[in-house]
Design a protein around this ligand. Structure first.
Ligand SMILES: [Mg+2]
Length: 353
C-alpha cells in the first residue's frame, strides 16, 4: 500500500477508470448512494470511464440503459462484458464469419455477432452441428441453457475445438443466497473433457486488456475500481493496473487479509476518488492514517481512533495486517484482528453498506 500522501484528488493521477458495476455503481435495482454523481464528476474532469462486468448474460445496451437511468454517464460503448472479451479473443483466432457455438444467453450471442462471427445456438442446431461446421465454443452464463446444450458442447469440444469461457465465477448471488454461476457450469464440462477453457473475464487479464483498448489509456495511467478482492483487485494486479477497493459491496477487510492481494487504495465510496487520498504511514511499530493510529499486538489490533472516521481506521488497520501477512504471518493468526475492522465498518452509522 502506498505511503505517499496525495494533495490532488485521487483520480487526478489517472487518465481512465475501469469501473465494476454490482456493489460499486448499483446494488440490485438501486444506485449505490453518491455513485452516479461521483461518476459524472470524474467524466467532467476529462477522465474516461468504462464499466467492466463479468455478467455475460446481459447485452451492453441494456446495462448502459440501467446505468444511465440511475444518473451515471453511460452509453453502450462504455460497457464491456466478459462475453465481448470472449468474442474478441475468438475473432483474433478465427476467420471472419466462422461459426461459434453460443453456449450462453443473449449476451453471448450478440457479442459473437458484433465481433463478426456467426453464433450457433446449441438447442436449435444440435442435430446438425458437427466439428466441421462449428469452429469454437464460447461458454457464458445463460438461464435458458438445457442439459442437451451441454451435451452438444461436450460432443464438439471432445474433438479438440477451441473453448473460451466468459468468466469462472463459481457462484451467482441471488436474493436468497448463492446459485451456480458460469464457473460451476464450466466444471461440469471439465469433469467430462479433462481439459479447461481459456477464461477471459475478471480476474483474468483479457477483459482489462479490452478495457484499456476502449479507454485508449496505458495501464500505468488507468485505475481499476471494484468491490470484490478475488475478481476486481486480483485482476487489476494481474494486468498491472492500480486498484481502488470500494467498501460499498460485499467484501470486508477480512477478505483482503485472507487473500494474497493488496489494493492500492481503500475507499468508502466512489466519491472518495474525487478527494485527496490520505494514505497510511508507518509510525513507531504501527500505522497512522489521519487521526487514527493502529498497531497489531499479537492477534489483536490496538486502535487509537481519536476523531478519525472508520475509513481511516480501516486503512491504518489494513496496512498493519497486510504488512504482517506479507512478512509471512499466517492469515489465520490475523483473522481476529481483521474481524475487528469488519465490525467497525458494519457498526458504523456512516457505513455506506
Ligand atoms: Mg462487484
Amino acid at each position: 500500500m502506498d505511503t505517499e500522501t496525495l494533495t490532488q484528488p485521487l483520480v487526478a493521477g489517472y487518465d481512465g477508470v475501469v469501473c465494476d458495476l454490482d456493489g460499486v455503481v448499483y446494488r440490485g435495482a438501486d444506485a449505490v448512494p453518491g455513485a452516479p454523481k461521483a461518476l459524472q464528476d470524474i467524466v467532467a474532469r476529462g477522465i474516461r470511464v468504462v464499466y467492466a462486468t463479468n455478467n455475460a448474460s446481459r447485452v451492453p445496451t441494456e446495462v448502459a440503459t440501467q446505468i444511465a437511468g440511475l444518473g451515471a454517464p453511460a452509453t453502450a460503448s462504455d460497457v464491456l462484458s466478459s462475453a465481448q472479451a470472449g468474442a474478441a479473443r475468438l475473432a483474433t483466432d478465427l476467420p471472419p464469419g466462422a461459426a461459434v457455438l453460443a453456449l450462453g444467453g443473449e449476451g453471448v450471442v450478440e457479442a459473437l455477432r458484433d465481433a463478426g462471427l456467426v453464433p450457433v445456438a446449441a438447442a436449435r442446431d444440435h442435430a446438425r452441428s458437427g466439428p466441421d461446421e462449428v469452429a469454437a465454443v464460447l461458454q457464458g452464463f445463460g438461464k435458458e441453457l438445457r442439459v442437451r446444450d451441454f451435451e452438444t458442447a461436450a460432443r464438439l469440444l471432445s474433438s479438440g475445438l477451441p473453448w473460451v469461457a466468459t468468466n469462472d465465477d463459481a457462484t451467482l448471488p441471488l436474493p436468497w443466497g448463492q446459485s451456480p454461476g458460469n464457473g460451476a457450469y464450466i466444471e461440469l464440462l471439465v469433469a467430462v473433457l479433462g481439459r479447461r477453457p481459456h477464461v477471459v473475464g475478471k480476474p483474468h487479464p483479457p477483459l482489462y486488456g479490452l478495457a484499456l483498448e476502449r479507454l485508449g489509456t496505458v495501464a500505468a495511467r488507468t485505475l481499476a475500481v471494484g468491490d470484490r478482492i478475488g475478481t476486481d483487485i486480483v485482476g487489476a494486479e494481474a494486468t498491472g493496473l492500480d486498484s481502488a477497493w470500494v467498501l460499498t459491496g460485499v467484501d470486508r477487510p477480512s477478505d483482503v487479509v485472507a487473500s494474497e492481494s493488496s489494493p492500492t487504495y481503500v475507499i468508502a465510496s466512489l466519491a472518495e476518488l474525487l478527494m485527496p487520498y490520505a494514505a497510511p504511514v508507518a509510525d513507531a511499530g504501527g500505522w497512522r492514517c489521519g487521526a487514527a493510529r493502529v498497531a497489531l499486538d499479537g492477534e489483536d489490533l490496538v486502535i487509537e481512533r481519536g476523531s478519525a472516521g472508520p475509513i481511516e481506521v480501516v486503512r491504518a488497520g489494513l496496512a498493519a495486517l497486510l504488512t504482517s501477512r506479507d512478512e509471512g504471518v499466517p492469515s489465520a493468526h490475523l483473522r481476529r484482528a481483521a474481524a475487528t475492522l469488519d465490525r467497525l465498518l458494519d457498526d458504523s452509522p456512516t457505513s455506506t453498506r
